[in-house]
Write a protein that binds this ligand. Structure first.
Ligand code: G
Ligand code: G
Ligand code: MN
Ligand code: NA
Length: 256
């Protein structure tokens, strides 16, 4: 296909861009970190969302090159923001890893080299993984996750609750944080059990000593509910959409 073909030159043609979405502390309402979200600006097809090409990139193996590119660029960006606006507490950067990346033999040296080269505080690198991806090659994934943890980076359970066997998943991998999937956050309004589901997830996270991030916060009411549940962090269009780095600069210059 066209996408498959053009993916091969996406890096040499410099067509990828990282958008950054602030992750906000819901108590202080200040930005503490950012999620890096990949965007492909195709010269003819326009913006291609990651869901339309990540899977294909995994199939062809080019995901490893793309993943390395995201990691290096996102970390370079956060080092810059920390130097300019970080103050005493540094911002963290949260990067998505796909299945193929987590179970690839190269992931450990890749991240180790990146951390050393950038003189980057490993605890400020959060790696987001989804449970569906870890069931494909469990043994390697498990070993690599343990080694990543040894490097001092933080592991985040992305889209939590969407798959199955979520509780085994929390037991098998030593996550530092849980991201509550946006579907649950959106369901809080529809009445029924939506609110109770989210408050249970927040409590579950706390019981496992995980920090908890609610995704897809789209309005004031959702924000209030999450604050009532003492959810640590929020992320979503109501707080701030994913933006190009120049736009984040403007926000940080104004003081968040
Ligand atoms: O930004 P958006 O909602 O369109 O992202 C869609 C999906 O693409 C999300 O599930 C996200 O995890 C994934 N994604 C975004 N950026 C990256 C990336 O750099 N690497 C990988 N593997 N997935 C990404
Ligand atoms: O799957 P993952 O959680 O990694 O990806 C996050 C996705 O959610 C990104 O594609 C991002 O663009 C999208 N996103 C961020 N904020 C909101 C929001 O408030 N509502 C919705 N529907 N999507 C959001
Ligand atoms: Mn994510
Ligand atoms: Na994801």
């Amino acid at each position: 296909t066209r996408i498959e073909h053009d993916l091969n030159t996406v890096l040499t043609r410099n067509e990828l861009e990282i958008y950054y979405q602030p992750i906000v502390n819901l108590q202080s309402m200040t930005i503490e970190g950012f999620e890096a979200l990949l965007r492909w600006k195709h010269p003819e097809l326009g913006n291609i969302p990651p869901d339309d090409f990540i899977g294909i990139a995994e199939g062809s193996g080019i995901i490893h090159h793309i993943g390395q590119w995201v990691l290096y660029n996102a970390c370079e960006q956060i080092v810059k923001w920390n130097r300019l606006y970080g103050g005493e507490s540094e911002f963290f950067i949260s990067v998505n890893l796909s299945a193929r990346q987590v179970s690839h033999s190269n992931i450990i040296p890749l991240i180790r080299d990146m951390l050393e080269g950038a003189a980057f505080n490993p605890a400020k690198l959060h790696l987001e993984v989804t449970e569906t991806l870890l069931i494909t090659d469990q043994e390697t994934a498990k070993r690599n996750m343990a080694e990543l943890k040894q490097l001092g980076v933080q592991l985040s359970a992305d889209d939590f609750g969407k798959g199955y066997s979520s509780l085994t998943y929390l037991q098998n991998y030593s996550f530092n944080s849980m991201k509550i999937d946006k579907e649950f956050v959106q369901d809080m309004e529809t009445g029924g059990k939506g609110k109770r589901l989210v408050s249970s997830l927040v409590r579950l996270a706390r019981d496992f000593d995980l920090s908890v991030i609610a995704e897809g916060v789209e309005n004031e009411q959702q924000l209030r509910h999450l604050q009532t549940f003492s959810c640590h962090y929020g992320q979503g269009f109501y707080l701030c959409p994913p933006l190009p780095s120049e736009d984040i600069d403007v926000i940080l210059i104004k003081g968040g």
